[in-house]
Design a protein around this ligand. Sequence first.
Ligand SMILES: *Cc1c(COP(=O)(O)O)cnc(C)c1O
Length: 342
Amino acid sequence: MKVVDLRRDTITLPDERMREEAFCAVLGDSVYGEDPLQQELEQYAAQVLGKDAAIFLPSGTMGNLVALLTHARRGEEVILEESAHIRSSETGGAAAVAGLMLRGVRNLSGIPTADEVASAVRPEDIHYPRSSLICLETTHYRYGGIIPPLENMKEIWELAGRLHLAVHLDGARLWNAAVALGVEPSVIAGCADSVMASLSKGLGAPVGSVLAGSEPFIREACRYRKMLGGGMRQTGWLCACGLVALQPENIARLQVDHRNARMLAEGLSRIPGVRVETDRVQTNFVLADISESPYTAEDLVNKLAGLNVLATAAARSTIRFVTSREVDAEGIAAAVEGVRSI
Ligand SMILES: *Cc1c(COP(=O)(O)O)cnc(C)c1O
């Protein structure tokens, strides 16, 4: 029986076209600016994100860390939502490598208001760390792929301008947000000085992320990428895949994942003991609360695995399902049926 893998959207595999483009890639030493496809990808990513320049990096984690190193100095403070990926899921790199303080702002919806962000900014005082950067995240990973409204992002961007703070956007799934909002990726990226976006989540590229920003920002970011070991020589293999990943039709296909997530959410919410806040299913994630069932999330995930349906226990009573192009509508129906049968 076919396995329905709803654990992550990082499982997406390169399609035929990507494999062909990678196979035929003309290669060079990218550390010396001699890999034509890395240069093409970097220029194209900058254009799609509406920034002056961009760089290709091996991962989103490195992209975010490079952005932090470029924007802020040791001992300074970065303001971000309390459970932001940079704070919760990047191994403490901001502290360990960049020497930064991370000030989490708590908001039960996962999307702090501009006022809440403003109150976390430190006044000028010899006792306080200096606030230097605000980080935003779209879509929000811990909160089930929700999308901060553009209005909220613009207010924070304006606040940052008034206070002379920089804004970095962790846009690992910015593509999903753009498709769901029906706007160009550059509109969302326009609310930040720099933006990281993944090529390997949902879009099928095997490896890589891009970081975009102003010309001087990216020149400096290039040095940190090299420092962290992100200078990768013949990257054309990977960048060929990245270029296919960023084709408009490939990004637009994410709609299918969103539709499948909604179908899954609706199916699950009709099962007694399962609760889904369907209005918070905005992209390709579904968080199902099973606190009114006899099971813990771990129990249910284990039982589901026995039925060849894979999901993640995100908390004691919360199961996370992530749709991707590796799961079709039939798989979604099988997942709903699996939960119902248990
Ligand atoms: C996955 C992810 C990252 C990190 O990307 P990697 O390529 O896995 O290092 C950063 N931010 C968010 C929101 C993510 O989901």
